[in-house]
Design a protein. Structure first.
Length: 385
């Protein structure tokens, strides 16, 4: 007696650039069980030619959506296109996986989330591959279980993002307000901003200092230091940069019961035998500190990465499995980036939830100024000719 064929998810990718081509190789290489790449879409004919002829190739997004050849779409286009393209896919009755960030603006994220809520039978997810990292998963579980106690401080130094001038010159859209919507916060750090809120929650205040083109000839931020305040009184600092090398990637969370540090894929934990809050009240000694135990938690593998998220997405569609990175959660990292940009550029402390009108007004002005600079450069070139 023959077995029934396994269900399969037919996937289309829009945008076959750096990330899109990576996911194309993963799917064609059979790394994602029960998933089949059946279509791709890109505006560049040369890019499409690099995809095997066994995959349907479309030069327009609408044609791919109407083809009947796909069940789901991976959105791998520039940031500003993420929301409108994801909404079109949802309206076409398709499941959607969006790469980071969900959008440049929180207000745009809200539009996509509203549309997704109307279509609960369709799966909507984010490509937050760092959520598959076992170290971050373990720390999240430890905090949820109360092993660290109430969080009192969060520090993340993430400066291992060095980028050269050659990198920024590789595309006219890169590091511009009009083309990318920001710098290190929207390009390099969306994963860290997502993990920060995923593990420690959202702050209620942000006060940031940022540099626009500190070490590069760009108009957007390439260095950021942000101070965070949380509802329970905890404080935090988030530092990121594309200006330094070697950089650091160290997450440190201090709680009433213990402190945990993630660096180099290892979790180091110092656990107090008595919570600080209690020890502070009962000790009779002026310079005493509670006794503590130390342990290291190591991991054999670094997680499933992009493939892990794709496998989870397929299982969510075909089996109803819970998503590791639900689409609706993509708004939180975007809001953190918006708050840091708004605070750093205006010089004011920003309360969360942020006011969309304030951020959108600022971004509109930056985009307009960016366009003026491009026009001036174009005129200067014509005069030289």
């Amino acid at each position: 007696m023959s077995k029934k064929p396994k269900k399969q998810l037919r996937i289309g990718i829009v945008g076959v650039g750096t990330q899109g081509s990576l996911y194309t190789r993963h799917l064609l290489g059979g790394k994602v069980r029960r998933a089949k790449l059946t279509a791709v879409c890109d505006i560049d004919p040369k890019t499409l030619e690099q995809v095997p002829a066994t995959v349907s190739r479309f030069s327009t997004y609408s044609a791919m959506l109407k083809s009947g050849e796909i069940d789901a779409v991976f959105v791998e286009t520039p940031h500003y296109d993420h929301v409108p393209m994801a909404i079109k896919a949802l309206k076409a009755g398709l499941h959607v996986l969006v790469d980071k960030p969900m959008s440049v603006q929180k207000s745009e994220c809200e539009k996509l989330i509203r549309e997704a809520k109307k279509r609960r039978k369709q799966v909507f997810a984010m490509m937050f591959n760092q959520r598959t990292n076992p170290a971050y998963q373990k720390l999240k579980k430890m905090i949820a279980a109360g092993e660290l106690g109430s969080i009192v401080r969060v520090n993340w130094i993430c400066t291992s993002w060095f980028r050269s001038e050659a990198y920024y010159r590789s595309g006219g859209w890169r590091a511009t307000w009009a083309g990318e919507g920001g710098g290190v916060l929207v390009n390099q750090c969306p994963h860290q901003l997502d993990l920060l809120q995923w593990i420690a929650g959202m702050p209620v205040k942000v006060d940031a200092a940022l540099s626009l083109g500190k070490a590069h000839k760009i108009e957007v931020e390439d260095e950021v230091t942000a101070y965070l305040e949380y509802k329970n009184g905890a404080t935090g600092v988030f530092i990121t940069s594309t200006c330094e090398s070697p950089g650091t990637n160290r997450l440190e969370i201090a709680g009433d019961k213990a402190m945990a540090v993630i660096e180099g894929g290892v979790i180091k934990v110092w656990t107090n035998e008595m919570p600080i809050s209690k020890f502070n009240r009962v000790t009779k000694t002026k310079f005493a500190a509670p006794k503590r135990k130390y342990k290291e938690i190591t991991f054999k593998k670094g997680g499933g990465g992009h493939v892990g998220i794709m496998k989870n997405f397929v299982a969510a569609v075909l089996d109803g499995k819970e998503l590791l990175a639900p689409g609706a959660e993509g708004i939180n990292g975007v809001e953190l980036a918006n708050a840091m940009q708004l605070s750093g550029i205006t010089g004011q402390t920003v309360d969360l939830p942020i006011k969309n009108t304030a951020y959108n007004r600022m971004l509109k002005g930056l985009i307009a100024d960016s366009a003026k600079k491009k026009t001036k450069k174009a005129k200067a070139k014509r005069r030289k000719k």
